[in-house]
Design a protein around this ligand. Sequence first.
Ligand SMILES: NC(=O)c1ccc[n+]([C@@H]2O[C@H](COP(=O)([O-])OP(=O)(O)OC[C@H]3O[C@@H](n4cnc5c(N)ncnc54)[C@H](O)[C@@H]3O)[C@@H](O)[C@H]2O)c1
Ligand SMILES: [Fe+2]
Length: 386
Amino acid sequence: MVNTFSTANRIISGAGASGHLLEEINRIGATRVLFITDPFMDKIGLIDKLSVGLKEAGITSETFSKVQPDPTVHNVEEGLKKLIESKSDLIVAVGGGSPIDAAKAISIAVNNELPLSLYMGYQKIRKSGIPVIAIPTTAGTGSEVTKVTVISDTKTDVKMMIFDDHLLPEVALIDYELTLTMPAGLTAHVGIDTLTHGIEAYVSKKSSAMTDGLALSCIRLVAENLENAWNDLKNKTAREAMAMAACHGGMAFTNSSVCLVHGMSRPLGVQFHLPHGLSNAVLLPTVTKFSISGAANKYAQISKEMGFAQNTDSDEAANHNLIKGLEALNRRLKVPRLRDCKGMDEVRFHEVLHKMADDALASGSPQNNPMVPSKDEIIKLYLEAW
Ligand SMILES: NC(=O)c1ccc[n+]([C@@H]2O[C@H](COP(=O)([O-])OP(=O)(O)OC[C@H]3O[C@@H](n4cnc5c(N)ncnc54)[C@H](O)[C@@H]3O)[C@@H](O)[C@H]2O)c1
Ligand SMILES: [Fe+2]
């Protein structure tokens, strides 16, 4: 089988990596920069901090700060307007996955026909966009190194997954110091999103020797550091390791694939506005239990990497411990059951079950799962996770 591997063109990581912004703008040769971020990042003064020295270097900058969590088509349209008005030749995306995803979509929207829904699925974008420098502040989605953007269409209630090499950032500046302000809940949710990227990339039908090492590294780093970061939010060692876990997980899944957990979590996110990481976390143990027999040896390896089983344990014993271990991890990180998440409503949950299952299947992600589910099986899994 032939495999393709691609990621951000240049990755600069470590404490103070975001201080390399001016150098990277000059290397690219841009002179007009548009920062794309969310209201919180702008409010805490991060854009002002990152802008220091730009003006003196002859670089003009403007900011679009209206990206909302789980960015929408409307966010992209507004940002595109700002990009065109400002005549910017470079985008700097600052924030979690939401501003980075919005920036990637805005970048290609300027050179390609709209609506964005034309590009749902794999490699459908015709022309490259404006270069993007991505500066993540969560750890995280890994969006800074992926060829993926996820944009919600509020007219159809679909979280569109668009996957294309034209979406790859030119540069990722991964500065874990920017993640030190994350509160405990966000740390847990984005950390389990990262873990899910590692697990799904590793067991995916599209996994390869190129992605397996990165996926296992992601899993190991999460196992060793997520709880330390959650217990001690200013723990720099744990924060740095989680930033790397997010990057390795992103590089792995974008060249392998995410699978059934992500397929089922996107509809939950769009219907009930659950944060992306939380919607993955509530599904991860249930979906893993369903999928395990399709890749028993790989799941056993994951269990061992996570410290849930010994190297000498049988696959069966390791896999039993993996389910128990993932359930216990959720409990320790105070991840509620699906029914107890803020915004969940039992009547509506039943009303939209069929649409959620259809949308999960239409995204293409469940087809990469070690066990490919039918629509009825997806409905059963939602009910089991409830
Ligand atoms: N493109 C990809 O490869 C990819 C992968 C996974 C998820 N996603 C998408 O990313 C989005 C989720 O991104 P996310 O989980 O990073 O969160 P987010 O960007 O939606 O941010 C969530 C909240 O956290 C706040 N926040 C961000 N950084 C912070 C910090 N350092 N301190 C305090 N608060 C901070 C934000 O202001 C926001 O209110 C979803 O739309 C999801 O679908 C994309
Ligand atoms: Fe994710």
